[in-house]
Design a protein around this ligand. Structure first.
Ligand SMILES: NC(=O)c1ccc[n+]([C@@H]2O[C@H](COP(=O)([O-])OP(=O)(O)OC[C@H]3O[C@@H](n4cnc5c(N)ncnc54)[C@H](OP(=O)(O)O)[C@@H]3O)[C@@H](O)[C@H]2O)c1
Length: 294
């Protein structure tokens, strides 16, 4: 039996990962930010010394992409420094480490899916800080470090584009959504499953891409969600990104390839529409509960 420690356990992915491990009967300690701040090196060492996990999954992150532009140092402290602290403690106590990362390490302007070994070229402060975290983990744990990049995440336990669309369908006659950014909508539960599969398989250390297959624009995703709600998809209208400026530039093409999974013989996450259909009842219930709670 594998002992797990999950940092950032109060977040969207961390919550689903702890739930998945618990339902498998695995011994898991989930520490949210209040219980473990990953920027505190001594606290990280102490937590890992006490828990002595076989595997640590670092789900703690500064995820506010736009805010990171003006606060890169603070974002770096979490995404770079925090990851380095966790990696150092894992090296000291012989734990494997899964560092969760992002498509934003790439430039986002390719014409084909990014491979795991494509050269990163982040265009945002968030992407730069996450890349520092990746390098800290792979540098310190060459034999036992994994970087699992994901993108366009949605889940029942936190805000996401998918939940926002469920809310807006209820509130607005029409919704304008950008139609010139392509990516892979991905369910946090599927990412949790890929992480556990990597560890179960004792896969080779390195970089893996945990995103759904296929690709969509935000507009296409919104229309799919309206369809699942039984609403008229024509109420979702396409707009260009230029109509909705953001502090951090959004990638036009952020599709990730899944070649690395063939090494350990693990199936990549399937097609995004299939995953969304499976996730949808949980998303809807969570959004309705949030609305009822005000
Ligand atoms: N969401 C996406 O679309 C997406 C896309 C690509 C990659 N990712 C990556 O996926 C991973 C999980 O993200 P998520 O979507 O689950 O985001 P999330 O819901 O924002 O979870 C991140 C968690 O980290 C916590 N945290 C922040 N600073 C911390 C610190 N110093 N010490 C300990 N915990 C800290 C946050 O706590 P507070 O809420 O209290 O700040 C939050 O609970 C991250 O590595 C993220 O970069 C996410």
């Amino acid at each position: 039996m594998t002992g797990w420690l999950v940092t950032g356990a109060g977040g969207m992915l961390g919550t689903d990962l702890v739930a998945a491990l618990t339902s498998r009967g695995e011994p898991v300690t989930g520490l949210d930010r209040a219980r473990l701040d990953v920027t505190d090196a001594a606290a990280v060492t102490d937590a890992i010394a006490r828990c002595r996990p076989d595997v640590v999954v670092n789900c703690a992150a500064w995820t506010a992409v736009d805010d990171a532009e003006a606060s890169e140092e603070q974002a770096l402290a979490v995404n770079g420094g925090g990851a380095a602290n966790v990696a150092a403690a894992c090296a000291r106590f012989g734990a494997r480490l899964v560092q969760v990362s992002t498509d934003y390490v790439f430039a986002g302007d390719a014409g084909r899916p990014y491979a795991e070994d494509d050269v990163p070229a982040p265009r945002t402060a968030y992407g730069r800080t996450k890349l520092v975290g990746e390098r800290a983990v792979l540098g310190r744990l060459p034999g036992s470090g994994y970087v699992v990049r994901t993108a366009w995440l949605y889940g029942a336990h936190g805000p996401s584009f998918a939940r926002t669309m469920i809310k807006l369908e209820d509130q607005r006659p029409t919704v304008d959504v950008v139609d010139d950014q392509r990516g892979q909508p991905t369910w946090a539960v599927d990412v949790a499953r890929q992480i556990t599969a990597l560890v179960d398989a004792a896969a080779a250390p390195g970089i893996y891409h945990a995103t759904s297959s296929g690709e969509a624009t935000w507009f296409e995703l919104a229309r799919e969600i309206f369809g699942l709600l039984g609403a008229d998809a024509a109420r979702v209208r396409p707009i260009p990104s230029s109509a909705l400026p953001t502090l951090a530039p959004r990638p036009a093409y952020s599709v990730l390839g899944h070649g690395a999974w063939t090494g350990p013989g693990i199936l990549p996450i399937g097609e995004w529409r299939t995953a969304l259909r499976r996730a949808f009842p949980g998303l809807l219930a969570a959004q309705r509960a949030a609305a009822a709670a005000g």
